[in-house]
Design a protein around this ligand. Structure first.
Ligand SMILES: Nc1ncnc2c1ncn2[C@@H]1O[C@H](COP(=O)(O)OP(=O)(O)OP(=O)(O)O)[C@@H](O)[C@H]1O
Length: 210
């Protein structure tokens, strides 16, 4: 297991001269930091800052370090951060296997066995040639998770990843996502409105209170 860690040091984000959020956090390997808070409290803003696509209206100071590397001013694609959103956005013109291969390091991309193993891990053995449009919502979510993991991120940000799933599927996906993130030793930040998500994540919970 790799030992990735993510630090947020003295972050302060302001909008029109008013402080929106202040945060210090350390997320160790396999830990999941949950960020909660009312609508407009700055959860998506925090995620955008960490991912590297915060829009110009905000003034941000502070630093983010990933594995000791200062990523604060790096472009999004060079940060080593993976994202998982509410909607599992799969590429419609690629097969399920094609989606999994996308973003995989070049050296492993041509090893079909790795894709098959990945499909087995998410309960979709034999689904490689399927068109993503033919998958159920839960199956798409599992493919999106595995595609993220295969891209070998050093940290993961999750923005309400379970909020569109029904209760049963939600529990199943929580279990799968959190187990995989822990096993991969990835520091993760989870944005959610759901206390059960926070409890299942099992880590520190921060409430933004704007
Ligand atoms: N591009 C932008 N320019 C100016 N203000 C913005 C921009 N994006 C968001 N805001 C404002 O920043 C504040 C924080 O918004 P943000 O989306 O981070 O909240 P949130 O906690 O994620 O809310 P929700 O739970 O509703 O998604 C809000 O007052 C919002 O109106």
């Amino acid at each position: 297991m790799t030992h990735h860690h993510l630090e947020i040091d003295s972050l302060r984000i302001a909008l029109d001269g008013t402080v929106l959020l202040e945060l210090d956090a350390h997320i160790g390997p396999g830990e999941i930091l949950t960020v909660m808070g009312p609508s407009g409290s700055g959860k998506s803003t925090l995620l955008a800052w960490l991912a590297g696509f915060l829009a110009g209206d905000f003034e941000a100071c502070g630093h983010a370090h990933l594995d000791g590397r200062d990523i604060t001013h790096l472009p999004a694609e060079r940060r080593g951060i993976g994202l998982l959103f509410q909607d599992p956005l799969l590429f419609p013109h690629l097969s399920v296997a094609g989606n999994l291969r996308f973003g995989m390091p070049r050296a492993t991309r041509d090893k079909p066995r790795q894709v098959e193993t990945a499909l087995e891990q998410i309960g979709l053995a034999g689904f490689g040639d399927r068109d993503p449009a033919t998958l159920s919502g839960g199956q798409k979510a599992r493919v999106a998770l595995m595609r993220l993991l295969l891209s070998r991120p050093c940290a993961v940000l999750l923005d309400e990843p379970f909020s569109k799933l029904d209760t049963h599927l939600r529990q199943e996906m929580r279990q799968l996502v959190f187990t995989q993130l822990r096993q991969a030793g990835l520091p993760s930040l989870l944005i959610t409105h759901d206390r059960d998500d926070a409890a299942a994540a099992g880590g520190e919970v921060i409430e933004l209170t704007h």
